[in-house]
Design a protein around this ligand. Sequence first.
Ligand SMILES: Cc1cc2nc3c(=O)[nH]c(=O)nc-3n(C[C@H](O)[C@H](O)[C@H](O)COP(=O)(O)OP(=O)(O)OC[C@H]3O[C@@H](n4cnc5c(N)ncnc54)[C@H](O)[C@@H]3O)c2cc1C
Length: 371
Amino acid sequence: MKAIVVGGGIMGLATAWGLARDGHAVELFEQGPLPNPLASSMDEHRLIRHPYGDHLGYARMIDQAYAAWDLLWGDLGERLYAATGTLALTGNGETWAARSAAGLARLGKSMAELPLADAARRFPQLDMHGVERAFWMTSGGVLFAQDIVAALARHLAGRPTVRLHAETAVRSVDLEGGRVVTERGTSYGADVVVVAAGAWVGRLLDDRRLVPSRQIVLYFTLPSEQRAAWAEAPMVIDKTGDVGLYLVPPAEGRGLKIGDHVFSRSGDPTADRAATVDEMQPLLGRCRSLIRGFERWQVERLKVCFYTVTDDERFIVEKKAAKGWLMSPCSGHGFKFGAVMGLELARTIASERDPTVHARWAAGLAGDQPT
Ligand SMILES: Cc1cc2nc3c(=O)[nH]c(=O)nc-3n(C[C@H](O)[C@H](O)[C@H](O)COP(=O)(O)OP(=O)(O)OC[C@H]3O[C@@H](n4cnc5c(N)ncnc54)[C@H](O)[C@@H]3O)c2cc1C
């Protein structure tokens, strides 16, 4: 079988990887360089964690995600991941962590509540004022996202059945006929076309459920005496103040990053990506109250990145016509599932598995992998 994949982010590359592992031919088209620094997948890190609030389908999928990453590390010959554990804090009546823990208990997984005094002792770099409940889980960690994307692109470039077309934007797709036409006007055909175009998807397919959302993250330089402690710190998910934040510790020499999960639901991925610290004042306010010694942290850089969000934050991976799939697992939480999304879509495409069952699984609505 031959497949065309549009988009060289983690989803397109992982799908190409899954297909190529089974001996299928793949042509992948990426509008920019490969990897493309503007892709949502291209940042130093992305988090993977079991707690998932009420989205139990995604919590259940985390073990499958880890297994798929392990398979990828085997193929790449390197492990681009650091385990950190997951610390979840809530206040202001927010119950996300408690709901996550209850859901995980149903799956037989332990997310333990820490007495606040213990949490304060164990994580002295955090100020627990305003925190009502603290939960800890040993699983969870940091995927070195841009290194993964680059390594996967290199790996695929060496596969005999894969052809990568960098700097080749696709202008239009025909999902009924299995064809794409590039901006240069060249037409390519295949048995199946997978559109994994991230926040640019609206230029190829009209699906109003998918909304590009400009997001900003902040990288910080820490004072030297704080660096060692933070390098050993867990990821922190804080839903305590008016602004929730996530903190990615500087594992294995990567940067320390903080962001929020508030969807802007606006912005154009092709527009200028400038941002100012002023845009981040609410987030900085929460950092000041949560992080001890934060007044000595310096903003090293801001990065603008795009989510592609849906109303219910579920992924859309759907067969749209006889020979075409739309693949959009984002809403700001897709990277962790990149390897498993790619492998499973490759299997469904190649094996007559029911596309609607696949779509439900990808949307986090089914218990197990599609059969
Ligand atoms: C700030 C931020 C923080 C995040 N944090 C996390 C996290 O902690 N954990 C997590 O699991 N997920 C996280 N995510 C989400 C995750 O990064 C995305 O779900 C994932 O990267 C989406 O991958 P993708 O391949 O679908 O899209 P992309 O990586 O954007 O790839 C799409 C590619 O398609 C190319 N393309 C588009 N149109 C065309 C065309 N017409 N022709 C050719 N090529 C085209 C683009 O250039 C791009 O390279 C975060 C996202 C952001 C922005």
